[in-house]
Design a protein around this ligand. Sequence first.
Ligand SMILES: Cc1ncc(COP(=O)(O)O)c(C=O)c1O
Length: 455
Amino acid sequence: MDGSNSLAMRDVEYHLHSQTDLRAHERDGPQIISRGDGCWVIDDGGRRYLEAMAGLWNTALGFSESRLADAADAQMRKLPYYHTFYHKTPDVCIDLAEKLVKMAPAPMSKAYFTNSGSEANDSAVKLVWYLNHARGRPEKRKIIARRRGFHGVTGVAASMTGIPRMHVDFGLPLPGFLHVTCPHLYRDGRPGESEAAFADRLAAEIEDLILAEGPDTVAAFIAEPVMGAGGVVVPPAGYFEKVQAVLRRHDVLMIADEVICGFGRTGNMWGSETFGIEPDILTCSKALSSGYFPIAAVLLSEAIYAEIADNSARHGGFGHGFTGSGHPVGSAVALETIRIIEERDLVGHVREVGPRLMDGLRELGAHPLVGEVRGVGLIAALELVADKATGAPFDPKLKVGGLAQDLALEEGLIVRALGDSVAVTPPLVISAEEVDELLARLGRTLEATAARLGA
Ligand SMILES: Cc1ncc(COP(=O)(O)O)c(C=O)c1O
């Protein structure tokens, strides 16, 4: 880090980072990003990087969509803030609620707004708890999630998250949050187990857990269609169908966490469409505003809404809400984002460039370091392994994924190491040429990683 008053020094001095080794940060300093240009970001030294993670899986329209800047600017000047408490609402929030309800992958009745995906998932759980109180069965409140699932970092959302690092020394998960096996055949399948047998086994595990806990204590199951932060895990064929049959038998609600998958990422507007999920409650964020404004939504079915509404009437109000719920600027940016996704048929575009990305990754899968290539649409990962034949992982202490992530940066490519899986989720607007560029840089990264490991 140069200069005592440099940006980097001031970052270390004043800024507490998210998801960062804070002592390593004091030593190494930040990577400062100053500008965006399509699928590229530019650091404070002027170096360009192909942003193959779309920021945090969210910048669907890339980093320089002027229509979103214009939508925010116009809304800021017209009505910069209003809230949704006590019957009030910004006008534009109504348009967004209607749009989301009408475009939902299953019949939905209402949209509820929050500032973040974590708050959306937190709110979804509170809605379920409130609902079961209203139904006279307050003890039906346990939530089942999956190991390696990521649902956010607020107390409740982190409790549903199945990644130990999000729990350790926070005293989490809270009681009543249960975790079942991750649907990752490559890692969690038994030797010789077929996809179908694996899906059967995982559905049976959920049923056994519900029966052991008592169906009258289990309220909901939450799942990402494709797990993101857990390492990009695409479930085995038939998984959600089998799981939902179990949930229906025991009156357990299905919450689809579409925070990453929503708005085209998997090659359909919703991950629920790609995987046959029929959610009772759906949460979404990220691509909803292409990351340009913090906003998220919870969509809920009429059956759930009706009882929540009755209960709120009994109590003289629904005791939940954020200052930023239904923020007019977020609503305007989200509406414009969805308009662009539809006008430019970005879902169709993902179906065109997604296979190009997957084919290219499969070619890179021949590399001795790569144990598995997985993905769908424009969300994918390469899992790096110590032994390609057996799939034996590297010693986690070697941080091989982290090494690849750092070496990618030297190639001008931003990817993300999730353990030793290297994730790739570029903006949905990525062109075919940029997909090729991404693959070329990733190929060089694999070579550089192998060379470093060999050295
Ligand atoms: C699937 C999923 N759900 C929820 C969240 C939490 O969203 P936020 O960071 O906006 O709170 C994330 C964030 O990455 C996510 O990937």
